[in-house]
Design a protein around this ligand. Structure first.
Ligand code: ADP
Ligand code: ZN
Length: 750
């Protein structure tokens, strides 16, 4: 008899089932099991032994699903690492990794049958049969080259390609033919060419992809990355916005695909990458698969099964959860915009970071890894400084593009001089005026983040900060006090500014909606649109807004973070950052880094195809180091300044932050338990424990919340710390005062 350890999509350990050998069950297979008296689950076979476990009453595996195993040995190692590092069960990894394939009931199965899944295809093209001899083609061209020169060139190039590639049947991949779809369609209609769908070949050949010609700087960067990869290092590609990081990725992708390897390219969000995906699809036709959460669960399940059965040689472009897709021969993992907060899963276990997982994949698969950004995370930058990663810098925009001019506009000064209308300084108003006059476009960025607004002195711009943690204090409205969200330091909300003694403290903050209202009053003629979470609830709505702006039907686009990401709009000459103070004052030790990243990204939208790019930053703190660093475009100054602060206060990347969120319906029960837990933790971790504190969201969906954080300094054993922490959590769970309390663990919390 054989016994199988099976993972179920639950926050539980694995269970053992008996295996009937006739089912042909192997490691990595999806199977159906009965669990409890009447529930059926899809599970994954983790291991098989002949050793009978102690437990007397074992149930059998009922059925094997799908013709191919869902998990490779590498994927098993990745899941194990993830469960261990992020402190969850492998079942929780499974629940997240296999959407729709792991529904907790057998009834829903059978929707997907992997035998019906077709392998990917791409278009091949050949001259029509009569024209496939040299004489016939020469004769045709001689006859028609005067009247239809373009058509003849295309036909010539098809013949030449077929010859070069030794394609005896005359067929060549469509993507290698330099002609647009309309001309190909016309040739087809006239019966001059034939087009056929064919399965992609796993091993593409060198020169099988149309690689973009690189600039000298790009060529150098590419070579440095290749050298780093040859020594097994992760490469950090730091390239300013518009420097052409994508063209470098394309070369690396073509390298990997030519060797029959799989490529994974992670992006923070898929809706903003339409331009990128279209570009990649043109070059890597048939091999490109996109993966994101807006696809239906069924569609994602389908993709998963297709890739599980794939021969390799495919390019996956997806959001963080794409790290779970089956890969057979991963050769390259690219993380674009590696600094993006969207890579961190926060709402359920495993609370993993897609970027860090990508680096781990590099180790497990022996794959090459590239992290790309215009503003690298301090985590990656520190790794580069420590020579763990190879650092590759691209300082210039590609081609004619120049970096925009940055103007810092002092809001307090503007108020004093009567040069401010509602939330707009005269500087900005005049710039928008000029932009509209020139027929160019403007982007206005207003980030309304956080739940509780912060307070600020309207006279001097001061916001109260915690003396122990160096973050701004958050206003708690009900109790009229201010609290540090890291250590719990509390002061009564001041009426009088502690900095300038003037009674002028104000609740701050305004959102995009209000900004639109005000800007339309200032420019009644302008066509204004808004891009934020409220206006882009569906992908269609989002695309419509973007398309209107792209085609010049909108003059001014007001938006949140979403406008900062990756768009390549040609006509933008003004970018306005409406309230930089907002960004500098978030209660988060990453506030400065994030503010710099966001503002540099949004600034990067200006002047991409002309030299009229101007960025206006409205702030009451023009002397703030981050503002100065943005004005100078000096990433290195920001990074070194911030790293110093982080070192002083023991924050990441000099430590790892594990956050415990406790939840319960009753305030008193929660806080008694939280204090008890903090005490137990302090016995083991001493001063590394912070809290308990009330998070910005003290209550969510009727539940009270309390937070405890543990800072583990780098160099200390993270593994030991996790074990100790796990002990405390388990001990607490066993105590009566923790009855009904939920504990969420977040490793490397944001
Ligand atoms: P980044 O991702 O670094 O911000 P992109 O890859 O979007 O930059 O490139 C910016 C623009 O410059 C794009 O429109 C891109 O097509 C163009 N570009 C960059 N490098 C090249 C190149 N070598 N050949 C042709 N176009 C290029
Ligand atoms: Zn504090």
């Amino acid at each position: 008899m054989l016994y199988a350890q099976v993972v179920l999509p639950l926050a539980q350990p694995m269970y053992t089932f008996t295996v009937d050998e006739t089912l042909g069950v192997g490691v990595g297979d999806a199977v159906v099991v009965q669990f409890g008296s009447s529930r059926y689950y899809t599970g994954i076979v983790w291991s098989i032994t002949t050793q009978r476990p102690e437990y007397p009453r074992l149930k059998p595996i009922l059925k094997r699903l799908y013709t191919t195993p869902l998990l490779t040995p590498e994927a098993q190692r990745l899941w194990e690492w993830m469960a261990d590092y992020y402190m969850c069960s492998i079942g929780e990894v499974m629940r997240l990794a296999l959407p729709s394939l792991a529904k907790p009931s057998a009834a829903s199965l059978g929707e997907l049958d992997d035998r019906s899944i077709e392998p990917p295809t791409e278009r091949y093209i050949a001259l029509s049969e009569e024209l496939r001899t040299e004489e016939a083609l020469t004769e045709y061209v001689a006859k028609h080259s005067r009247r239809a020169p373009r058509r003849c060139t295309t036909m010539d190039s098809i013949a030449a390609l077929a010859f070069e590639r030794g394609a005896t049947d005359g067929f060549v991949p469509r993507r290698l033919v330099d002609a647009d779809n309309d001309s190909i369609a016309a040739l087809k209609r006239s019966g001059l060419v034939v087009v056929e769908q064919r399965q992609i070949t796993r091993h593409a050949t060198e020169g099988d992809f149309l690689r973009p010609t690189l600039s000298e700087a790009q060529e150098r960067a590419l070579n440095t990355i290749r050298e780093a990869h040859a020594t097994g290092k992760v490469a950090l590609l730091h390239g300013v916005t518009g420097s052409g990081k994508t063209e470098i990725y394309i070369h690396l992708i073509a390298d990997a695909l030519s060797q029959g390897k799989d490529v994974l390219m992670l992006v923070p969000e898929i809706v903003i990458t339409t331009q990128l995906v279209e570009r990649l699809e043109r070059i890597f036709e048939g091999r490109t698969t996109t993966y994101h959460s807006r696809l239906t669960a069924l569609r994602r399940g389908h993709t998963f099964l297709r890739l599980a059965a794939s021969e390799g040689g495919e390019l996956i472009v997806g959001v963080r959860s794409a790290v779970f897709l089956p890969m057979h021969n991963a050769g390259l993992v690219i993380v674009d915009e590696e600094h993006d907060a969207g890579y961190k899963q926060t709402d359920m276990q495993p609370r993993y970071n897609g970027r860090d997982t990508a680096v781990m994949m590099g180790m497990i698969y022996g794959a090459k890894v590239v992290l790309g950004s215009a503003t690298p995370s301090l985590e990656s930058y520190l790794n580069a400084l420590a020579k763990k990663y190879a650092y590759v810098e691209l300082k210039e925009r590609w081609g004619e593009g120049t970096l925009p001019e940055v103007v810092v506009s002092d809001t307090i000064r503007a108020v004093k001089r009567g040069e401010r209308k509602t939330h707009f300084n005269l500087d900005l108003i005049q710039d928008i005026e000029r932009t509209l006059h020139n027929g160019d476009q403007a982007i206005l960025f207003q980030n309304r983040r956080g739940y509780a607004p912060y307070i600020q002195c309207r006279t001097c711009g001061y916001s109260p900060r915690c003396p122990h943690c160096n973050v701004t204090l958050t206003q708690h409205k009900a109790t009229r006090h201010m609290e540090c969200h890291y250590c719990g330091y509390t002061i009564p909300t001041p009426d009088i500014c502690p900095n300038c003694d003037i009674k002028d403290m104000a609740l701050m903050g305004f959102g995009t909606e209000k900004a639109v209202e005000e800007i339309s009053r200032l420019f009644p003629e302008a066509r204004i649109d808004r891009l934020d979470g409220d206006t882009s609830t569906s992908e269609t709505a989002f695309r419509n807004i973007v398309q209107r702006f792209e085609s010049g039907q909108t003059d001014i686009l007001v938006g949140t973070q979403i406008v900062t990401k990756g768009f390549d709009f040609g006509g933008v000459s003004t970018v306005g950052i409406l309230n930089a103070d907002n960004l500098l004052s978030t209660p988060d030790f990453r506030a400065s880094e994030r503010a710099f990243q966001l503002m540099m990204q949004v600034a990067g939208r200006a002047g991409r195809r002309n030299d009229r790019g101007r960025v206006i930053i409205q702030t009451s703190q023009p002397k703030h180091p981050v503002i100065q660093q943005i004005a100078a475009g000096d990433y290195h100054a920001m990074a070194h300044g911030e790293l110093n602060e982080r070192k002083t206060f023991g924050y990441p990347p000099y430590s790892r932050l594990i956050r415990l969120l406790l939840r319960h319906d009753t305030y008193d029960v929660l806080h008694r338990a939280a204090h008890h837990m903090a005490q137990l933790l302090r016995q083991k971790f001493g001063g590394r424990v912070m809290g308990p504190v009330s998070p910005a969201l003290e209550m969510l969906r009727g539940e009270h919340r309390a937070e405890i954080a543990v800072k583990i300094e780098c160099g200390g054993s993270m593994k030991r710390a996790r074990t100790m922490l796990r002990d405390v959590v388990d001990r607490c769970h066993a105590e009566s005062c923790f009855k009904g309390i939920k504990i969420d663990i977040d490793v490397d919390a944001w």
